[in-house]
Write a protein that binds this ligand. Sequence first.
Ligand code: HEC
Length: 105
Amino acid sequence: MPLRRLQLLCALAAIAACSGCRKPLPEHGAALFLKDCAGCHVQRPGQKSYVPSLTGYFDRKPKPTERQTRRIIRYGGRYMPPFSKRLSSDDVDDLIAYLQRSPSH
Ligand code: HEC
């Protein structure tokens, strides 16, 4: 994604952050996902990985709850690093909106 578009998305996210009127921005979540998550969670074909794919994550049965998803993003897992210091709770909302919207990444 071109840098200017990323900057625009961040500016939009900042404007949208006013309290009580903020809607999650899946486009911003997509930019964050590329930057912070894709390195582990997007697998190249044929590559073996210890990281679970997030393709169709919210289509799983039983469906993961937002609460448990937010928790693993904030605090990490056994191998996944915690992101609570790097991402604001708005960022995490945007990431979740992105995961909910995209059946495949
Ligand atoms: C260093 C590699 C790494 C990075 C970076 C990473 N993850 Fe993970 N993630 C993992 C691993 C490994 C697991 C499996 C749980 C564990 O062992 O920690 C996991 C699990 C998850 C799960 C639960 C998946 C399941 O099958 O239950 C979610 C949701 C998730 N990660 C989202 C994210 C998001 C969103 C980001 C970016 C902010 C991210 N991860 C960044 C390695 C990573």
